[in-house]
Ligand binder design. Sequence first.
Ligand code: NAI
Length: 334
Amino acid sequence: MKIAFYDTHKFERPIFDHVNKHHQFEIEYIESRLTSSTAVLASECEVVCSFVNDKIDESCLEQLKEQGVRLIVLRSAGFNHVDISAANRLGIQVGRVPGYSPNAVAEYTVGLILCLNRKIHKSYHRVRELNFTLDGLVGFDLKGKVVGVIGTGKIGKLVAEILAAFGCEILCFDQFPNTELEKHSRIRYAEFNEICAHADIVSLHIPLTPDTYHLLNKDYFSRMKPGAYIINTGRGALIDSAALSDALKNGHVGGAALDVYEEEEAVFFQDVSDQVLQDDVLARLLTFPNVLISSHQAFLTKEALENIAETTLSNVDEFVKTGQVPVERRVSSV
Ligand code: NAI
C-alpha cells in the first residue's frame, strides 16, 4: 500500500519512519500541501495522508478519486479542512486521530495564559539585553479569576481541571455538558452569554464548523468584561480576527494568545522572514504588546507525535485488513 504523505515537516518524518517499521507501508513524503493543484502528486497512491492546512475541497477530492485514492488519513483531530460530505459521496473514507494528546494542547493553553499574563515573553527579551527593570511586567494572580472554557471535550476538560487547580472559577460551555466535570467544586456549566459577561479569560476548545465560525466577533468582544483575555488553541476562524484587532486597539479586550489564526495557511509552518507580510490583520496583531501568537504548535510534544504516527498508520492498517477505518476514528457527515 502506497501512501502520499502531504505537507511533510522535518519534525514528524523520523517518527513516522520509526513507527512504519512495524507496518512496512511505502510512504512517499511530499513537501507540498494537498490542494486540487497538487493532488496529481498522489497519482500512484491509494492512500493520502494530510495535515491541518491542506485544502481538501470537492475538486481536490474528485481528482483524488479519479486517480484511485480510497482513503485519506488525517494527522490531526480537526477535520474542518476536508469537505466530508463530498468525500462520503465519492466513497473516499476519512480517518483521523481524535485524541493524540489532549494533555499537550491543554498544557500549552495554560502556558499561553501564564506567559501572556505574566509577560514572560517580554522579560525573556528584556533580560537578554541586560535590562533588568520590572516596569510594564505587572500581571495578575490567576487564583479567584473567572475562566470561560468553551468546549469541554478532551482538551477543554483538562484545561478546566488544570485551571481549577490554580484556584480559578471555571464557567464551561458545551452542547453536551460533561456531568463528571461538574462534580468539581470550582467548575460549573453556564450560558454562553453569561461567560461572555463574567469571564476574565475565555479559552476556545470547540471544533470549527459552520455553526462556530466567528463565534467570537465584534458583538461578543463588545459585551465582554473590559480587560478580558482571549485564548485560542482551537481553530483560527472561531474568531473574527479583524474584530479582535479592533477590540484590542480600543482597549476593551485586554490581551490575546493565539496558537491558531484564521488565515494561517498562508504563513504558518513556513519561514517567510525574507518576505513582506501580505496579511494586514496579522501584521497589526503582531504589533500589539499584549498579543502572543504561535504557529499552531500546541500539539507539538514527543508523545503527541508518536500517537499521531501510531494512530495514523494503524488507521491505514485497519483499512487494508477490513476495508474500514475504526468507527471512532472515521469521519462522516451528519
Ligand atoms: P473534542 O471533540 O473532544 O471536544 C470538542 C467539544 O466541543 C465537544 O465536547 C463538543 O460537544 C463541543 N462542541 C462542538 N460543537 C459545539 C457547538 N457548536 N457548541 C457547543 N459545543 C460544541 O475535541 P478536542 O480533542 O477537545 O479538540 C478541540 C479542538 O481543538 C479541535 O476541534 C481542534 O480544532 C483543536 N485542536 C488544536 C490543536 C492545536 O495544536 N492547536 C491540536 C488538537 C486539536
